[in-house]
Design a protein around this ligand. Sequence first.
Ligand code: BTN
Length: 241
Amino acid sequence: MAEIENWQYYCYDEIGSTNDEIKKFCLQKEKKVVVRALSQTAGRGRRGRKWVTKAGNLFFSVALEFDLKNLGQLVIISSLSLAQSVKFLSADANVKLKWPNDVLLDGKKMSGILMEKAEGEYIIVGIGVNVAESPKESTLLYPATSLAENGINTDAENFLQIYLHKFNENLQKYSAGEYEALRSEWMDFAKGVGDKIVIKQEQKQLKGIFAGIDEQANLLLQCKNETIKVMVGDVFYETKG
Ligand code: BTN
């Protein structure tokens, strides 16, 4: 049985979606399992969007027993671990986190996370990382990039190992009651704090100043007379970089 950083590791050549495949393992309570696919035929992204397979990129999912009411905190831990992994590979990289959990490299999206609920208290964290190539489709919501396009040379399995190492460390800190330190590190990576943003939701758009995130990782949007909590949406910035 292959293992990476204490996670049991299953890697498939091609499956529909790693977020579906990992559900099989959720009931085997004693194991920490990571499922990876070299290619996905039905990869999905947030809010019903597709996640395209490009050769050499990383597609994987982990499942964790986690209190659903603290889901936002898992969003912080998972996305922070991605930003730290990129920094580990390249200390000079211009890495930012775009709420809720996209990783931007030089202002373009390099990685995204899809969280889904599974049976019991299990939360699935599905992660796509553009390691070798980025999608160029004109229908993309946000411009994309890859590690390779930014001169960061690695391969998908190496990135996975670095990620799981950081993720383990952050989960340990979380269990030791150090969530505030993790949230503060997330904020150091956050793009556009204090800037004007637009949040696009299904039915409406919200405009205001990005004031930060609260303890549960809701976005705080400073509007004319009030600060509102935003739980869902896609953020767009007026500034680049
Ligand atoms: C997003 O930014 O919209 C989230 C993208 C998440 C994609 C990953 S790839 C591995 C896992 N399996 C899926 O079908 N989706 C996630």
